[in-house]
Design a protein around this ligand. Structure first.
Ligand code: PHE
Length: 534
C-alpha cells in the first residue's frame, strides 16, 4: 500500500478507477457496511425474543440487557474512532473490528440448553450464557472499531470540494439500510422458525462476507485510510509495537465488557433504590464526563465566538438525536414484544414473525429516501425548505406521532381482540419520516458545525448520545414489562392496556420535546451562523 503519495495524488489515482462515476472504494465500503449492518440488525431483531423465550429472562431482565448492550455498542465507537485517527488508520481499524465481529456473531450461534422451570425456579445454562455475553462483548468492541471508521473512509474517498461526496454518502446509507432490511427478513425468519442458532449463524456468515469483501477490496482505497504516522505505529515498547499494543488492549477490554454487559441486569435490581448504580451507566457517564471536559476546554480555549456558537448548536442537535433515538430504539424492545404478543401478524397472505417485522424500519428508509431527495430541492426552489433545527424538531414530532398510531391500533382491535398489523406498518412509516428528517441532518451537522480538528470527537459525541438513547429506550420499554411464561401471555387485554399506557407516554415525550425544539429553533439557527441553513 503506497503511503508516500500525497492525498491529491491518491485522489487522482482513484479518479482513474471508478464505477458508476464513484471511486471503486465506495463500493468496497458499501458492501462491507451492508454486511456489517446485516449481521448487526439480524442479531438485534432476535435478541430480545431469544432472551425471553430461550433463556427465560423476565421482560425486565431482557430490556436491561438489550439496553446495556445497545449503550455499550454505541459508546465504544468514541474510542474506536479516536484510536484510528491518532494511531491505527481507518483501514486497519476496520479489519480488526470485522474480525472481532465475525467471532462475536458466530459465537452467538452457540445456544446451549434451553432454560427450564424446575419447581418454580428458572434453571439456565450458565455456561452457554457466558459464551453469549462474551459474544456480545466481541460484537460491541467490533462495532466500536468498524462503524465509525468505515464512514470516515467514505468521506476520505473524495477530494475536499467534490460535489460527488453527498451522493456517495447517500449510496453508502442505502447500503446500510439494504443490509438492515434483508437481515430481519432472513435471520429472524430462520431464528424464529427453525432455531435461534440458524438466525445468529446466518448473521455471522454475513459478517464473514463483509470481512472478505473488505480484505479483497482494500486495494481500491488507494492508501487514503492508512495511519497518519506509520512510524509512531511501528514504534516498539517492551519489544511490542504500538499497533499490537492497541490490539492487545482492545482484546483485554473485551474481557471488561464481558463483565460489564452482564452486571447490568443484576445491579439494576439494586438501582431501584440507587438510580445510577448500574456499572454500564457509570461507564457512559465516565466517557461523557471526559468528553464534555475535553469539548468544553476546547471550546473555551481554542474556538472563536462563531465557532463556539456553532459547536453549541451541534450539542443541541446531539441532544435532539438522543431523544429521537430514545423513542426509536424501542422498536427493538417494546415494539417487538408488542408485535409478538398482542398483534395479528398476518399480512399479504403470510404470517410474519415479530423479529422479522423490524425490517420495516430500514425498508421505509430506502423507500422514502428518493421522495425526500426530490422534496428538499423542490421546496428550496420555492424558498420553503425548512431550516435544520425545524427539521430536527419535526423528526422528534414524527417519532412521537408514530406511537400514537400504535395507540389507535390498540383502541380499535380486530374481532379476535388483537391489534391489526397494518397499524405497525403505519407506525413505522411515520417513524421513518422522522428518521429521514433528523438522522441525515444530525450527521451532516457534525461535519459542518464542528471545528475540523475535533470532528471525529464530535462524531463520537453523536454516537454517545445514541448510547444514552438505548438506556432511555430500555427504561421506557420496562414500563410495560409483563410477567410472561417464556414470552407467552395469559391476559391479552391487560397487556394491551399496559402497552397503551407506555405508547401514550412515549408519544407525550415526543410531542413535548418537539415543542421545546420548535421553540428554540430560531436561537439554534442563529447559533449555526449559516448562510442557507437548509
Ligand atoms: N440505522 C442507521 C445505522 O445503523 C443509523 C443509526 C446509527 C441509527 C446509529 C441508530 C444508531 O447506521
Amino acid at each position: 500500500m503506497p503511503t508516500t503519495l500525497s492525498d491529491a495524488e491518491r485522489h487522482a489515482n482513484m479518479q482513474q478507477d471508478t464505477f458508476l462515476g464513484h471511486p471503486k472504494g465506495l463500493f468496497v465500503c458499501f458492501f462491507t457496511e451492508m454486511w456489517e449492518r446485516f449481521s448487526f440488525y439480524g442479531m438485534k431483531a432476535l435478541l430480545f425474543l431469544y432472551l425471553i423465550k430461550y433463556h427465560l429472562f423476565t421482560d425486565e431482565q431482557g430490556y436491561n440487557l438489550i439496553g446495556a448492550y445497545g449503550a455499550l455498542v454505541y459508546a465504544v465507537p468514541v474510542v474506536g474512532g479516536l484510536l484510528a485517527d491518532r494511531y491505527l488508520g481507518m483501514r486497519k481499524a476496520v479489519i480488526f473490528g470485522a474480525c472481532l465481529l465475525v467471532l462475536g456473531h458466530l459465537g452467538m450461534a452457540f445456544e446451549g440448553h434451553q432454560a427450564a422451570r424446575v419447581a418454580g425456579e428458572v434453571v439456565r445454562d450458565e455456561g452457554a450464557l457466558q459464551v453469549f455475553y462474551f459474544s456480545l462483548a466481541l460484537i460491541i468492541m467490533g462495532v466500536g472499531f468498524l462503524k465509525p471508521n468505515i464512514s470516515t473512509i467514505v468521506g476520505q474517498l473524495y477530494p475536499p470540494q467534490d460535489p460527488k461526496r453527498d451522493s456517495g454518502f447517500t449510496l453508502f446509507y442505502a447500503g446500510i439500510n439494504l443490509g438492515a432490511t434483508l437481515a430481519p427478513l432472513l435471520c429472524a425468519y430462520l431464528g424464529e422458525t427453525y432455531g435461534w442458532k440458524y438466525g445468529f449463524g446466518l448473521a455471522g456468515i454475513g459478517m464473514l462476507a463483509g470481512l472478505i469483501v473488505f480484505i479483497r477490496g482494500q486495494k481500491y482505497l488507494y492508501g487514503v485510510a492508512e495511519a497518519n504516522d506509520p512510524e509512531k505505529l511501528a514504534k516498539k515498547r517492551l519489544g511490542i509495537s504500538t499497533e499490537v499494543w492497541i490490539y492487545l488492549a482492545a482484546s483485554l477490554s473485551v474481557l471488561l465488557i464481558w463483565g460489564l454487559v452482564q452486571t447490568h441486569s443484576l445491579v439494576l435490581q439494586l438501582s431501584e433504590m440507587l438510580p445510577s448504580a448500574s456499572p454500564v451507566l457509570w461507564t457512559l457517564h465516565g466517557i461523557s464526563l471526559v468528553l464534555a471536559i475535553g469539548i468544553g476546554w476546547f471550546m473555551l480555549k481554542h474556538c472563536n465566538k462563531i465557532e463556539r456558537q456553532q459547536m453549541t448548536a451541534l450539542l443541541v442537535f446531539i441532544v435532539a438525536g438522543l431523544i429521537f433515538f430514545g423513542l426509536y430504539e424501542q422498536t427493538y424492545g417494546s415494539w417487538v414484544a408488542f408485535s409478538d404478543r398482542v398483534m395479528d401478524r398476518n399480512m399479504l397472505g403470510l404470517e410474519w414473525s415479530a423479529g422479522q417485522l423490524t425490517f420495516l424500519g430500514a425498508f421505509f428508509v430506502i423507500s422514502l429516501s428518493p421522495l425526500f431527495a426530490w422534496l428538499w430541492p423542490k421546496l428550496a426552489s420555492k424558498g420553503l425548505d425548512p431550516s435544520k433545527p425545524i427539521k430536527v424538531a419535526l423528526g422528534i414530532l414524527f417519532a412521537g406521532l408514530s406511537f400514537l398510531v400504535l395507540v389507535l391500533g390498540i383502541q380499535t382491535p380486530l374481532e379476535s381482540g388483537l391489534v391489526s398489523i397494518w397499524y405497525l406498518v403505519l407506525a413505522y412509516l411515520v417513524l421513518e419520516i422522522g428518521e429521514l428528517l433528523l438522522s441525515p441532518i444530525g450527521l451532516s451537522a457534525v461535519t459542518e458545525l464542528s471545528v475540523k480538528r475535533v470532528v471525529s470527537l464530535m462524531m463520537g459525541a453523536w454516537f454517545l448520545g445514541t448510547s444514552y438513547s438505548e438506556i432511555l429506550a430500555a427504561e421506557l420499554s420496562k414500563l410495560a414489562a409483563i410477567d410472561t411464561h417464556g414470552g407467552v401471555i395469559s391476559d391479552i387485554p391487560s397487556a394491551m392496556q399496559l402497552y397503551e399506557e407506555l405508547f401514550i407516554f412515549s408519544a407525550q415525550i415526543g410531542i413535548a420535546m418537539a415543542v421545546v425544539f420548535f421553540a428554540i429553533s430560531p436561537l439554534v439557527k442563529k447559533l449555526m451562523h449559516q448562510q442557507a441553513a437548509a
